[in-house]
Design a protein. Structure first.
Length: 365
């Protein structure tokens, strides 16, 4: 761990944090589909309901991507959903933007991440897997719920581990807690990158959290877990932090380094914790409250909905605050300054890790 002003004696993740800044590449996250066959109880319906038809043509999509490459030549490009492999343009998208790591430079190269439940056939996955740099395969124990299904899923997913980097994301479903722990420990022993993902309760609050996100969601968004389970989850995330960091790709998993600034003026640069690690600790300690902070949404990172609407963050997209649409790229209004956060809670990992700072007159450099 690299530290500056090492007089800080308290916890790394504490109430005294006044600024968070990832060090690394910008992130463009495209939610290409709102269709998912799993329809898990813990996912908001707007991620699997299938209510959005693709309103743009491939030519419009291609023109938008050309503009993004020119504007942001180096970034982490995350393709997600819903289930992104259900999107009709999925393979076309990968074919267009994939560039081998061998030609990457510091200021050039889109590192492509695909987040998928890997439910498609092995033959279909075989068609696109070589056009990715990193696949985050989500394991859902509530759906993959028999020994036969589990064996088939793991055999299929791990058969591709020599063709791209694969990280297994275990949804730590409290209703299948013992099984999730067993899966995690077995895979971790085999030196496979495994992320234990805490399930947040999005179904609290007087309004539909799919549209209000952190505005009306209850503070008890980990209520499905016992205190003992929360403690175990924190320990697991600390355990994997160094493993994920050491195996992170070049030009870099978006957040190999995270800079934290404290109210005593100290700055710490964490080099041994990933964004998932820092995010998990903030959430478990309920320190993901940034209302009134300056947040640099849209200045570097982008979030794109299945409708083609473009937002600076996930939270703003659910609020309906967009900067443009890919069908009319000449009318996109790119942000020029930070936004004051209006929400009680910041629940999405990518949003939590957007640069943000508490002192309004002071940016972090």
């Amino acid at each position: 761990m690299l530290c500056r002003n090492t007089q800080h004696n308290g916890e790394i993740i504490s109430k005294s944090i006044v600024a968070i800044k990832p060090i690394g590449y910008n992130t463009i996250c495209w939610e290409v589909s709102d269709i998912c066959p799993f329809k898990c109880w813990y996912c908001p319906e707007n991620t699997w309901g299938g209510n959005t038809k693709t309103p743009f043509t491939w030519d419009q999509c291609s023109d938008f991507l050309d503009m993004l490459v020119e504007r942001t030549p180096a970034c982490s490009f995350v393709i997600t959903g819903g289930e992104p492999t259900d999107w009709p343009l999925f393979t076309k998208l990968l074919n267009k933007i994939y560039v081998p790591e061998s030609v990457f430079r510091g200021d050039f190269g889109w590192y492509i991440y695909v987040q998928s439940n890997m439910s498609k056939s092995k033959e279909f996955i075989d068609e696109w897997i070589d056009n990715t740099h990193y696949v985050i395969a989500s394991y859902h124990p509530n759906v993959i719920n028999t020994s036969k299904k589990r064996n088939k899923w793991f055999e299929k997913v791990l058969s591709f581990k020599h063709r791209t980097r694969i990280q297994l994301r275990i949804l730590m479903d409290p209703r299948h807690w013992d099984h999730c722990l067993e899966i995690f420990h077995n895979l971790n022993a085999d030196n496979i990158i495994v992320e234990p993902l805490t399930i947040l309760n999005y179904h609290e609050g007087k309004d539909n959290p799919n549209t209000s996100m952190g505005e009306e969601i209850s503070s008890d968004f980990t209520k499905e877990y016992t205190p003992e389970q929360i403690e175990i989850l924190n320990e697991l995330k600390i355990k994997i932090g160094d493993t994920v960091y050491k195996t992170s790709p070049t030009p870099g998993y978006r957040l190999n380094k995270v800079m934290l600034k404290y109210n005593n003026g100290e700055t710490r640069i964490l080099t041994d914790q990933t964004s998932a690690h820092v995010y998990g600790q903030l959430v478990s300690k309920k320190l993901n409250r940034f209302k009134g902070w300056n947040c640099e949404i849209g200045l570097k990172d982008l979030f794109i909905r299945p409708t083609g609407d473009i937002a600076g963050s996930i939270c703003m997209s659910y609020k309906g605050s967009y900067i443009g649409n890919i069908t009319n790229i000449d009318q996109i209004k790119w942000p020029t300054k930070a936004t004051i956060c209006p929400y009680r809670w910041c629940l999405c990992q990518s949003d939590v890790m957007i640069p943000k700072y508490k002192v309004l007159q002071e940016n972090i450099t």
